[in-house]
Write a protein that binds this ligand. Sequence first.
Ligand SMILES: *[C@@H]1O[C@H](CO)[C@@H](O)[C@H](O)[C@H]1NC(C)=O
Ligand SMILES: *[C@@H]1O[C@H](CO)[C@@H](O)[C@H](O)[C@H]1NC(C)=O
Ligand SMILES: *[C@@H]1O[C@H](CO)[C@@H](O)[C@H](O)[C@H]1NC(C)=O
Ligand SMILES: *[C@@H]1O[C@H](CO)[C@@H](O)[C@H](O)[C@H]1NC(C)=O
Length: 701
Amino acid sequence: MFVTVLLLLVTLCAQGGNGLERAEAQRSGHVSVVIVGGTGDLAKKYLWQGFFQLYVNQVRSGNSFSFYGGGLSPADAATPVLFEILKAVSCSKDVAPERCALLKEQFLRLARYRQLKTLEDYRDLAEHIERELQQEGMTEAGRLFYLSLPAFAYVDVADKINNSCRPTGGAWLRVVLEKPFGHDFRSAQELATQLGSSLKDEEMYRIDHYLGKQVVAKILPFRVENRKFLDPIWNKHHIERVEIVMKETLDVKGRISFYDQYGVIRDVLQNHLTEVMTLLTMRLPMNLSSSEEVLQKKLQVFSSMLPLRKNQAVVGQYQAYQTTVQQETNKTKGHVSLTPTFAAVLAHIDEAQYEGVPVLMISGKMLDERPSISSNPSGRKNSFISAENLLASWALWTPLLDSLAGSHPRIYPGGADNGDLLDIRVNGKDIGYNSEVVIISPEQMGGASANSFQVMQGKFRSADMVSAWAEELMERLAADIQEAAEAAVREGGVFHLAISGGSTPLALFHRLALHHFSFPWSHTHVWMVDERCVPLTDLESNFHGLHDHLLQHVRIPYFNIHPMPVQLNQRLCVEEDGGAPLYEKEISKSVNGSSFHFVLLGVGYDSHTASLFPGSKVGELGESLVALTESPVKPHQRMSLTFSAINRARAVALLVMGKGKHELITQLSRVKDDPDKWPVTGVKPADGRLVWYIDYDALLG
Ligand SMILES: *[C@@H]1O[C@H](CO)[C@@H](O)[C@H](O)[C@H]1NC(C)=O
Ligand SMILES: *[C@@H]1O[C@H](CO)[C@@H](O)[C@H](O)[C@H]1NC(C)=O
Ligand SMILES: *[C@@H]1O[C@H](CO)[C@@H](O)[C@H](O)[C@H]1NC(C)=O
Ligand SMILES: *[C@@H]1O[C@H](CO)[C@@H](O)[C@H](O)[C@H]1NC(C)=O
């Protein structure tokens, strides 16, 4: 990042022919550099160091410089902050220490803080610059404003610059902006129009640091230099497909509030990968140094792109993303973000040259390889994006983004664990994940019960599976519970049922309540699989839900109901109060062999079951039957049955419903048992039977 910033600055400020060819002829003189947002994070980390380096490199050139850090705070408060930042700049190794000290001292003298809040502040700055020029008898070469600001502030600042801080007398004005430039075609167009009323196109420099990277900047020159060899093979007869891939191993912790609104397509595909795609496929310009011609050739690519449809994209999201969103944006546990952190998009260029050649653009976070594209100083011109190019790209991507809104991304674990989960398959003009759930074989379907043909039976994770539309599935599950209840009562006079909370089983509760006359409720004991550490009267309490939706409607003896003792001594889930061992004792005392007849479980998006969450070392709870656990979402504290308790049961039902769980089901059909990462894979009744109840929405998506 730093190297790229430096080069861009050199490009922007240097005089002579190696600057931007679109800049007017340059003259030597005084350059004023203004970093608006000069005490912010980016400025602190990279910009000032970049400008110092620039100063060191340029000090022997004809130009002289002054530097201003601008911000909203008054000067007396912000000046010390700026100087702390400036004191930290460093010289490269080849500069002798004494010379470095001298250069730093000069640089610090040339730099100062200015409050830049109102129009008057900008006017004062302009007057200050002009006064200094006059006093020193200098000519002005130009003014460079670097807007190190959130994008929403661009228009206002550009307007103030235009109104009161434009240089006069032929000196140049350059205003540097960084992406994001809008989040769809309309917002990008609006931003371009608004900026256009304050700044001329050639005064605006939209920086994309990625484009300064060596391999990207080299694409066109490479194609031109080798055109004799490449021209004959740069076509559909010799190119099977084009793949543009940017893999990142990092997650987006700390950037969620930005990232969650953008996602990988806006963050990477719409700009970086699209640019590479155009550089690879555009017709070569006759004159590589004519930015006009390069732009025209790029725009030609956009006009021959076929529209991107929904079937030409697959999206994914790494598993831990959901939790990070809830933590960083204070969203409630019910909030589900559909923002993709992985995307693969298949594009087609409607040109005879590339007919039938798939163009794949793939990028994601938390993938299993280092980024293959490294930062290097060689790129200049290509590091800036023109407004036309930007809008053409948004015009291509916006319809796809719209059509993907509301799609559920495939959840992937991250890193090497992804395995082949994100492998894709090109199918004519469409694209899909290579691995889909294939669970039901025709012979397994032969076992479908005669009484309800809508219900399928099959295998899932080598256990039995029942699948149907939601309503039939509930009916079937209720019938299975009743059958287990009747068998247990016949055998021993009592039925021990352990039930999970959450919203998934509500429909089941209603059905059980509806048919309560035939159910042996008076011989049934109801236990909790897990509980949130809130008072039982709280709306968030699992017991509260169970009571409201089921228990109060059926004739069950009061003393057959066993809520978890989360509240003891007027406090919630305190280890010393011994709530967990107390419940365990109650189970051991009442339930033969602590073996429930029937345990009903659900599965969360992160594959947690009961209140056993990924990464919480649920495998290490040993022989205890009940434990206090931690949830990543509020309320964090839980009490839960352990795998020891669950796996002693005679029958365990895992209920999974809704389209939103499809990706989870896909994933679960492929991962190995690993209860620390995929808690639900720890459900393995030792002597009992496990049955998955998965509705068609979850199974088939
Ligand atoms: C800048 O402001 C002036 C008025 O001060 C206006 O006439 C001009 O159109 C604006 N925009 C540009 C690009 O100069
Ligand atoms: C190529 O374009 C540049 C910039 O517009 C121009 O200066 C140069 O003369 C052009 N070269 C030729 C051979 O036309
Ligand atoms: C989330 O809540 C914490 C504590 O209440 C607060 O400090 C933080 O600013 C909040 N973050 C957001 C993004 O609202
Ligand atoms: C308790 O379970 C054991 C083993 O399943 C069984 O042999 C025994 O009869 C049961 N006792 C009662 C009282 O049901």
